[in-house]
Design a protein around this ligand. Sequence first.
Ligand code: CP
Ligand code: NVA
Length: 308
Amino acid sequence: MTHFLDIHSTAKDDLRSIIDQAQAMKRARNNRPRGTPDDELPLAGRMVALIFEKPSTRTRVSFDVGVRQMGGQTMVLSGSEMQLGHGETIADTARVLSRYVDLIMIRTFEEATLQEMAEYAEVPVINGLTNRSHPCQIMADVMTFEEHRGPIRGRKVVWVGDGNNVCASVIHAAGQFGFDFTFTGPPPLDPEREALDFARAQGVGVTIERDPARAVEGADLVFADTWVSMHDPQSAKERRHNQLRGYQVNEALMARARPDALFMHCLPAHREDEVTSAVMDGPHSVIWDEAENRLHAQKAVMRWCLGV
Ligand code: CP
Ligand code: NVA
């Protein structure tokens, strides 16, 4: 079974071929009139379950549209409305869904839920975000960087703020795609050790730098994300804001990066908290391309999972 659970657990060659296919499909798609299906319909006759235990705009819409463009059909399911939310085990849910659908995408809380779904499903499972990682996002982000600036290998990528799930996937990608990674944020919010160790073991530069101005010097790409993630208790909000106020990505900080540095944010953003509108809407920002590329990257991920 070919699951797409994480960037570090997917082979480097497969990651590269997914990005290549995403780029080819994007080019083909953008040469066609809006509103027409793709030339190829590799998902014709296939049904995809999209399960959400957390809110979503981009993941939900991009997966749904992507499946339909490839000729398949979707059902969007909310965890709380399924028996899953009322005590049925993940394993039993996985076994049952496998009798109906050809592919399962799940956005959930615990990593263990994703792993259990993958273990018991008889169809491929895709990680649509957990508390620990967000691999589909970073596939789109690598694709976006390379579209604008060429190969990401050997570049300097800086994460500013909370060392969260999206940050962990950037670190996994550093190891797999071969770019240097710098984290800047306060010590309690450091990225998870396992991800850092993985990247280091692949031989890429991994740096923790508490001073954001020093961290972004020479950066080719600067990332920000929300200071309070969906899995964080809302009671953490005030403390997080106090911890992270000095780590806002603003024009002064971007001016310390390379002149041609890109700015990325997976969205949704909290304007004037983790990033200013001047940066989001400014010349470094490629946030709308990132959002668009979720569609193309995930279409390639689904084709890879299904072998079609
Ligand atoms: N970036 C991202 O995953 O957005 P959604 O939460 O809207 O899906
Ligand atoms: N870190 C954020 C990403 C949202 C797409 C969260 O988990 O809420």
